[in-house]
Every structure is written in structure tokens, then in C-alpha cells.
Design a protein around this ligand. Sequence first.
Ligand SMILES: [Zn+2]
Ligand SMILES: [Zn+2]
Length: 150
Amino acid sequence: MNKAFIREPDATDVYCPKCGAAGTSAPWVAVESHVPPEARRKLAATAFFCSTPTCPVAYFDALEAVVLADQLVRPVFPKDPAAPLCPCFGLSREDVEADAAERVPRRIRELLAKSKTSAARCETTSPTGRNCLPEVQRYYFRVKSGVSGE
Ligand SMILES: [Zn+2]
Ligand SMILES: [Zn+2]
């Protein structure tokens, strides 16, 4: 398959040294909130997140320094499938699956409303520093179309 079609929208041209997936650039505030100081020291200020669920690497930089998912201060999705999809409000995969089963995205709509308030802190609580909703919606559509999580 052409790589252009499987790239994430925010993907960059820096590739994970372990699995080869294009990294998602992560703001330093997100790195700071997930990576303990000792592990953080070896990373360049421009760090990338590897979104491959099965890859042990969480963050890396262009010089191939890596921080593993199990070195992080708390488990993150998708490295840990049990970690919340939206760490700000604790929305889990089960919540999204329940929405898909009920065919009404009630929990996701609630999240959407909450994500517009100041309680949304995706910049620091999400491993990529990005709004959690696209990930939540992606998962919802995946479940709805019958392709459930790995
Ligand atoms: Zn990787
Ligand atoms: Zn969030």
C-alpha cells in the first residue's frame, strides 16, 4: 500500500527508529507531562510520538534517542489499550464501544461539549499534545464499522 494513504494527518517525516512509522510531533509540554526528567534529558527539544500500538517506543527524536512506553509516568493510549482515549475526562474504549452499541454517540457528544471548556487539557494530558476527539471519533467509526480494537 502507498504510504501516503496510511499516514496519520499530523504525521511528520521523522520515523520511529524501532517500527518505522512516521512520528507525530509532540509539544514539549506534552513530553514534560509524560516523560520523567531522567528519561527526558536525552531527548532533543523536538520530540515525536510513535502511534503504533504494538511498538514499545513512545517518544523519539530525529537523532534516534528513544523513550519507551513503559518508562512513561502513566500508561497512554494506544500503547496501553486500557488507558483512556481522552485522559482529560477519562473517556475509555469501553465508553466508545457502548456508544457504538447503542448507536447514539451520547458519551462522545458529552466529551465534545466538555472539550470546549477550560477543563480540557489535551495539550498536556494527551501524549501527542493534540485534541483527543479525532482519536475518539476514529475509534468510534472503527467499532461501528465492525473493525474493533486489536
Ligand atoms: Zn514505533
Ligand atoms: Zn483530551
